[in-house]
Design a protein around this ligand. Structure first.
Ligand code: ATP
Ligand code: MG
Length: 515
């Protein structure tokens, strides 16, 4: 007999120390209802905002569900944020409460700004320990509350989530998403994720990032499948072990995670034969990584492109043939285009701005308290993403780079991604970033910052070798005239490479050289 839906397994949770716990849909919902009742009793109301800073724990799912059902607006925050980042979000949003994991309560307590809207601090701990001075305990709030709750009467256009962007290029921006957005996200991203009934889905993003809402939260729970939730740091071998052990069917990772898995030794020891769908998003995915996974595991990683401002809007969809190196096709016909300065779609092969139709249902409502900022990105019928690409005859998008990351050298326009892609094909390269470095004669030259694979020594010969390697893979004018070996690359806390930081440092160095 088919199990009652509430008896289905919602989450298989485990952590680095070997603790584990399973929870059904029924139990998850009961806990969410208890919390919703508790929050209401505390004084939180529909329309209030709550900053949530809880790692990959089952309770994170409970909190998000409770807030959504109560009409309380969630501000997702990574537990890696520091007091000044938190103060920025609390001030900007006018949040009424903070819900924080016990390991970060002291960071919250070190905020020394006056924040008049902020009334409650709620702490969550794994061991349900005693309540901290000045804090409410989340367990205590849930205790003895009824396990049923009537959902608030929310409208499709009411704000549900206030998501701050990754801050890859500057101050994070508060992106407003409505309740209707969540539904649109589920429908739009289905042909990319390819989640099927009975699947075990592992989406590795951590709460605090929009990608956690996209995949581990909305797509897993929204399609009623079982999610694997691993609260541990990224280690390539551990990830591969988990994929094998839990017979994961759908995997959603960042390019960095795939890259580091692909570059580890001993891949042949893992059996990932249950893996049917593997997707990547957030940053460019290198072809080399796709090849490695195909060779070892017979699975093709499908890249997808999206933004906090919308959802995944370009992707290698489940039944479409993969075009290696391309991000995929518009997730629905006509939804995404490459446009020119007048807002007109460009012919195939020409580089322009990636733009998404403003009438698409998963586009954000605006930047919080900053309507002009969205206005500035509107062009004709489109919202301009700020990223550059070209599109081929079959509608596949080829990523060039973030608008600001594009390198202009001797009048040539060079996308950093192409240079990085070529470098990644070299066996000595673990990670790299290409940026513009100011140059008296050429305006700028391409400079590559390279992290070498363990055990590889830097040398002038290696520099030459890498330069020749790039010349062989791409148009020779794109080769990095400058190469610097580094121990690691500057990244956002979600793991994205911050080329802006490298570029700014190059500019500063150039200016001081000029006197
Ligand atoms: P901020 O806007 O604060 O500088 P951010 O743009 O990194 O931060 P997100 O909304 O998390 O914040 O990231 C979206 C961006 O990530 C896209 O605009 C694009 O530059 C990049 N991106 C996402 N997916 C891909 C992909 N598949 N290939 C290349 N780039 C991608
Ligand atoms: Mg952005």
């Amino acid at each position: 007999m088919e199990k009652h839906p509430s008896a289905r397994l919602a989450l298989k949770w485990l952590d680095e120390a070997g603790n584990h716990e399973d929870i059904t849909y029924g139990a998850l919902l009961e806990q969410a209802n208890q919390l919703a009742n508790g929050l209401k009793q505390l004084g939180l109301q529909q329309g209030d905002k709550v900053l949530v800073m809880v790692p990959r724990q089952i309770i994170a799912y409970v909190i998000y569900l409770a807030c959504l059902k109560s009409g309380i607006i969630i501000i997702p925050s990574s537990e890696m944020l520091r007091a000044k980042d938190l103060a920025y979000r609390l001030r900007n949003s006018g949040a009424r409460a903070v819900i924080a994991w016990s390991s970060v309560t002291s960071e919250v307590d070190s905020i020394d700004e006056e924040l008049p809207d902020w009334a409650w601090k709620i702490a969550v701990s794994a061991d349900h320990a005693e309540v901290l001075e000045g804090w409410h305990g989340l367990d205590q709030l849930m205790e003895q509350q009824p396990s049923s709750f009537t959902a608030a009467d929310t409208h499709r256009d009411d704000m549900a989530i206030l998501a701050y962007t990754s801050g890859t290029t500057g101050n994070p921006k508060g992106v407003v998403h409505s309740h209707g957005w969540g539904y649109a996200h589920l429908r739009i991203t289905r042909p990319w994720l390819d989640i099927r009934e009975q699947d075990i889905v592992w989406a590795t993003a951590a709460p605090g990032w929009q990608k956690w809402i996209w995949s581990p939260f909305l797509s897993v729970l929204g399609w009623g499948v079982t999610g694997l939730a691993y609260n541990g740091s990224f280690k390539p071998h551990r990830y591969l072990e988990l994929l094998q052990e839990h017979e994961v069917n759908v995997l959603c990772c960042t390019p960095t995670e795939y890259r580091l898995m692909a570059k580890t030794e001993g891949l042949e020891q893992y059996d990932l034969s249950q893996l049917r769908s593997a997707v990547s998003a957030g940053e460019p995915l290198n072809q080399e990584v796709i090849h490695t996974f195909e060779r070892h595991f017979n699975i093709t990683i499908r890249d997808g492109y999206g933004q906090t401002e919308s959802t995944l809007i370009i992707g290698n969809l489940k039944d479409a043939p993969i075009r290696l190196g391309a991000m995929g096709q518009s997730i629905a016909p006509g939804l995404v285009e490459v446009i020119d300065e007048d807002g007109k779609p460009l012919p195939a092969g020409e580089v322009g701005d990636i733009a998404v139709r403003t009438d698409m249902p998963a586009l954000f409502h605006g930047y919080y308290l900053d309507p002009a900022r969205k206005e500035a990105s509107l062009r004709g019928d489109y919202f301009v993403t700020g990223d550059r690409a070209s599109r081929d005859e079959e509608g596949y998008f080829w990523f060039e780079g973030r608008g600001d990351d594009i390198i202009i050298s001797s009048g040539y326009t060079i996308g950093p991604f192409e240079v990085e892609e070529a470098l990644m094909k070299h066996a000595s390269v673990k990670e790299c970033a290409a940026v513009a470095s100011p140059d008296e004669i050429r305006g700028n030259v391409v400079k590559a910052f390279i992290v070498l694979r363990d055990g590889v020594e830097e040398s002038p010969e290696l520099v030459k070798q890498l330069q020749n390697h790039v010349k062989n893979w791409t148009a020779p004018y794109k080769y990095p005239r400058k190469i610097e070996f580094v121990a690691d690359l500057p990244k956002t806390s979600s793991g994205k490479i911050r080329r802006i930081e490298l570029r700014e440092a190059e500019k500063r160095a150039f200016r001081s050289e000029q006197g």
